[in-house]
Design a protein around this ligand. Structure first.
Ligand SMILES: [Ca+2]
Ligand SMILES: [Ca+2]
Length: 283
């Protein structure tokens, strides 16, 4: 008789007859954020928020992306994990809760996409050349090549400025070409940027000079052999006076004049007394 009872208990207990202990119920885990289908840009940074409840005690919650742990389990609520530097790809994110009995419950999967990061546009200015000198009044042609590997043709802004002049232009589409007209004499810096919807790329800035034609007047040879004349040029520019004993040179620098007024007198001084020819060039 006693043998028969023993057999019944052994066969039925695992299936239905013995009530499950309360702690055998796995934790109920849900990821609140990010939402399923969320998109990020690499390198992605976001925070996962999850809830976990249990009929016993939630011991820990661990987060996984494509089956790989995202970090140390979180042992106390709130169940939050900061994700940093997640590369491009598709990720199935889950949170696994473990209760005090070691029973585990897994959240529904949250799928997120990490898209490639935006690639900045490129720009190369092909005109004018850095260091170019123009004679005023002049039209300077600006030309650039710009592109964007992962987007439409970028827009280009061009800034041209000097001490007395400044202008900014926007060229929305190719060809990136501008005519900068009637530039007065001066030293200019040209800066250009190409930009997409997120970032801009700056081209190396260029320096150009627009000079007034130099005029020489009132030449005089003084009694002691020195030579004098008046130079008309542009305020703010530098002019170099050179001298030679022959019309073909060789030319020797005599003096550098920075113009504070439209005209300036030049005197050859004692060192230039032996020279017969002078010329003025733009610095
Ligand atoms: Ca439990
Ligand atoms: Ca881009």
């Amino acid at each position: 008789m006693s043998r028969s009872i023993f057999l019944v208990i052994v066969l039925t207990a695992p299936f239905a007859c013995v009530p499950r202990a309360a702690s055998a119920t796995p934790p109920n885990v849900t990821i609140l954020r990010p939402g399923n289908g969320s998109r990020f840009t690499a390198p992605a940074a976001f925070t996962i928020y999850a809830t976990a409840t249990d009929d016993g005690v939630v011991a820990k919650v661990e987060f996984f992306a494509n089956g790989v742990s995202l970090g140390s389990p979180v042992t106390v609520a709130p169940y939050i994990l900061a994700v940093r530097n997640l590369g491009e790809g598709e990720y199935a994110i889950k949170a696994v809760g473990t209760d005090n009995e070691g029973t585990q419950g897994t959240s529904p999967t949250v799928n997120v996409t990490v898209a490639p990061s935006n690639r900045p546009p490129t720009i190369s200015v092909t005109s004018p050349l850095d260091g170019a000198v123009f004679r005023a009044p002049t039209t300077v042609v600006f030309e650039a090549i710009a592109s964007d590997a992962d987007g439409p043709s970028p827009a280009v802004t061009v800034n041209i400025g000097s001490a007395r002049y400044g202008n900014r232009y926007l060229v929305k589409t190719p060809p990136y070409r501008l005519q900068l007209t009637d530039l007065p004499a001066g030293k200019y810096v040209i800066t250009a940027w190409a930009f997409d919807s997120e970032v801009r790329t700056e081209a190396p800035s260029l320096n150009i000079t627009v000079v007034e034609p130099v005029r020489l007047s009132d030449p005089k040879t003084l009694a002691d052999g020195r030579f004098e004349f008046t130079i008309s040029g542009a305020v703010g520019l530098e002019y170099v006076v050179e001298a030679a004993t022959q019309p073909g040179g060789p030319w020797t620098r005599v003096e550098t004049l920075k113009f504070a007024a439209p005209t300036q007198a030049f005197n050859s001084g004692a060192s230039g007394a032996g020279s017969r020819f002078f010329r003025v060039v733009t610095q």
